[in-house]
Design a binder for this molecule. Structure first.
Ligand code: TRP
Length: 469
């Protein structure tokens, strides 16, 4: 028996987990982690915040945030998860008890759960838009439609709380059903097939964008930086999005890491997941911005951006009905796989602490998230002018949806990430860190530790405090 298999078995025996409850290897983990990472964040959120923040300069800052903050924090999260081999809260309890540190570090797990709850409440509403658009595409609503007509289609959806409620509910029921059954291997297999199809369809869309007259302008918008367009607020948005898009700072990657076999390189896998995630986001941008400019639309359209641009392309291209239906179906699937990863910690916790069944946990957790989602549904119509926290300067002019988004991406996730990387860099026993990372980094371990101890926390702190003060 080699040392690595021995370690794996010892670890699984220690946590009462059988070897079957491990990822089968590096690839399985990469696909699962990418399934969580690649979601609405890449295809819906990245393009619209890039549009709102002036394009390439923002993209550059975002890429730096992924490399200098996101990547080290992903490594730190997975390291913690694999060292602890249980749910985030219990992993932190176990590690701190073993090494005689404060059990307050399990706050990381609590904060993550709260953030999952908030994010999923609005994520489900946007997931509902994708559902509605599968129907729109399939019924041929895009065929030959003008950009005005496409705009009205989207405006009509948003102004109708009843319709939004229906789609939000259907999305949540889907997620509850999957989580209640446990994430079966069937689900995993499905993701393995569906993700590559999503990548392929994105490439088709980029190909279409290349055939339009304004591809160059769209390309420049994404890649030719104009730093005068960058505000400090944009930097915080870029940082927050790096966390959001990589599913970081909330213990999700920690939970996934707890199933990672000992012999798999954490650094290599984290790099792969980050690269895949970034490519999908950039491809979405390349597919969308040329259409924005070719059709005289505004890049600053906000959350509706992809729903007002891509249908134009589907309406004009051959086989647009099929491609359009497939595209939104896959967007939906990407949203569902991410949503499951957010629901999982909530249900796991309800199960562990309250001793209720998985089904009951999924119903209670999902039901409350659904209820909170109503605030987001109304943010786009009845309550569009209702800014509940305007007495605080940071929340001025923000609807419930804006508040949930800001609170999670710009405050909770960076704070969670900061605590995680601070624990691994400064508090965790060096031997324990080495046990997870030394094999695959060798002498580069010192460099990695340097980034985890100084660079990543400093960047998060600076951006964070600057915006707070
Ligand atoms: N990363 C996903 C996206 O880009 C969203 C997501 C899924 C997420 N799980 C998460 C964000 C956990 C933060 C934490 O769409």
């Amino acid at each position: 028996m080699t040392d690595t298999t021995h370690n794996t078995q010892a670890a699984s025996a220690a946590s009462g987990r059988s070897d079957n409850a491990m990822w089968s290897g590096r690839l399985a983990f990469i696909l699962a982690a990418s399934g969580s990472a690649v979601g609405l964040g890449n295809i819906w959120k990245f393009p619209y915040i890039t549009g709102e923040n002036g394009g390439a300069a923002f993209v550059l800052v975002y890429l730096l945030c992924i490399a200098l903050v996101g990547l080290p924090i992903m490594v730190a999260e997975v390291t913690l998860g694999r060292a602890g081999r249980s749910s985030p809260i219990n992993t932190m309890k176990m590690l701190t008890r073993r090494d005689g540190q404060s059990s307050r570090w399990s706050f990381i797990g609590w904060m993550g759960m709260a953030a999952s709850f908030l994010i999923l409440s609005f994520y489900s509403v946007i997931g509902g838009w994708s559902l509605a658009y599968v129907g729109n595409a399939a019924s041929g609503s895009f065929n030959g439609a003008s950009s005005d007509a496409i705009g009205q289609l989207f405006g009509g959806l948003l102004s109708n709380p009843g319709t939004l409620m229906i789609w939000h509910s259907v999305f949540m029921v889907l997620v509850i059903m999957i989580v209640a059954r446990g994430i079966s291997s069937g689900m995993e297999k499905a993701i393995n097939i569906l993700m590559p199809i999503l990548f392929f369809l994105l490439l088709v869309m980029v190909g279409y964008a290349m055939s339009t007259s304004e591809f160059g302008k769209g390309f420049d918008f994404l890649f030719k930086p104009d730093f005068s367009k960058l505000s400090t607020d944009s930097v915080l948005t870029a940082l927050g999005h790096a966390f959001f898009t990589l599913s970081l700072g909330m213990g999700v990657m920690m939970a996934y890491g707890s199933f990672l076999p000992k012999n798999v390189s954490i650094v290599k896998t984290a790099v792969t997941v980050s690269v895949v995630d970034t490519i999908v986001a950039l491809a979405a941008g390349l597919a969308i911005f040329p259409l924005v400019f070719a059709n005289g639309l505004e890049p600053t359209a906000g959350p509706g951006l992809i729903f007002q641009t891509l249908p134009l392309a589907f309406g004009k291209m051959g086989g647009g009905t099929i491609f359009g239906t497939l595209f939104f179906a896959l967007l939906l699937i990407a949203a569902v796989t991410s949503a499951i990863s957010m629901m999982e910690p909530v249900v796991e916790w309800l199960e562990e602490q309250k001793g209720i069944s998985r089904l009951t946990g999924a119903l209670i957790g999902g039901g409350s998230i659904w209820l909170l989602g109503i605030a987001t549904v109304l943010s786009f119509n009845e309550w569009a002018k209702f800014h509940p926290l305007s007495f605080l300067p940071v929340f001025e002019g923000k609807t419930f949806f804006d508040i949930f988004d800001y609170l999670t991406a710009n405050i909770i996730m960076p704070l969670g990430g900061l605590l995680i990387v601070a624990y691994v860099g400064w508090v965790m026993k060096r031997e324990a860190v080495e046990a997870e990372l030394a094999n695959d980094t060798g002498s580069a371990l010192n460099l990695l530790m340097f980034v985890m101890r100084y660079i990543a926390p400093a960047l998060v702190l600076v951006v964070f405090l600057y915006n707070l003060l």
